[in-house]
Design a protein around this ligand. Structure first.
Ligand code: SF4
Length: 189
């Protein structure tokens, strides 16, 4: 078993990333958790851009997430929109200045510099291994997968190549199918 070795590498990597996020976010008055919430909202779909979506994705308490979202809104990085069907439900959209900030800070220079020193094959191998590890952690612990439509059992690709979600019974645009989703369920082969 390599549990300890895998843990040690993950722990070191997450420390490096967290420190980098802390340093980078400081210039903008943002903590790592606030940056992570903003990044999540920039890559998730319309079924997932809610405060509960952020809670589930980050695994933080509702109180912490609520404070983070409040700050992001005050700084003009996100805006709140009422759900047209259910006025009690709120969607959080990343504003243009939020998108600009994400583009500046993510991926952090730490990762970009490292990838510049890895060839394509090495990068592919790392991506596959990390994906497998993430999926195994999620599956083994009964966590939400937060995947994209392509790997979801509810995704239906129609004959005309358009996409449809069989869970929400709504059509999906091509760009939406590339966003991560809170309702995603991995196809079991
Ligand atoms: S197909 Fe799956 S991932 Fe895509 S929107 Fe529907 S539930 Fe979410």
């Amino acid at each position: 078993m390599k549990t300890k070795e895998i843990y040690d590498y993950l722990e070191r990597l997450s420390n490096l990333l967290r420190n980098e996020e802390r340093r980078e976010g400081m210039d903008y008055g943002l903590q790592p958790v606030q940056l992570e919430a903003l990044y999540y909202l920039s890559i998730c779909n319309r079924y997932s851009d809610t405060p509960m979506g952020v809670v589930d994705y980050l695994g933080q308490t509702k109180g912490t997430v609520s404070q983070s979202l409040k700050l992001l809104e005050q700084k003009g990085y996100i805006s709140k929109h009422a759900n047209k069907q259910d006025k009690r439900s709120i969607h959080l959209k990343v504003t243009s200045s939020g998108k600009k900030l994400i583009k500046t800070l993510i991926p952090p220079p730490l990762i970009t510099k490292a990838c510049n020193n890895l060839n394509e094959e090495e990068q592919n191998q790392i991506e596959i291994a990390l994906k497998q590890l993430l999926q195994t952690i999620q599956f083994s612990n009964g966590m939400k997968s937060f995947g994209v439509c392509q790997t979801c059992r509810y995704n239906l690709t129609k004959k005309d190549c358009s996409f449809f979600c069989e869970l929400t019974e709504e059509p999906l645009s091509m760009s939406e199918t590339q966003c991560i989703c809170r309702e995603h369920e991995t196809i079991i082969s």
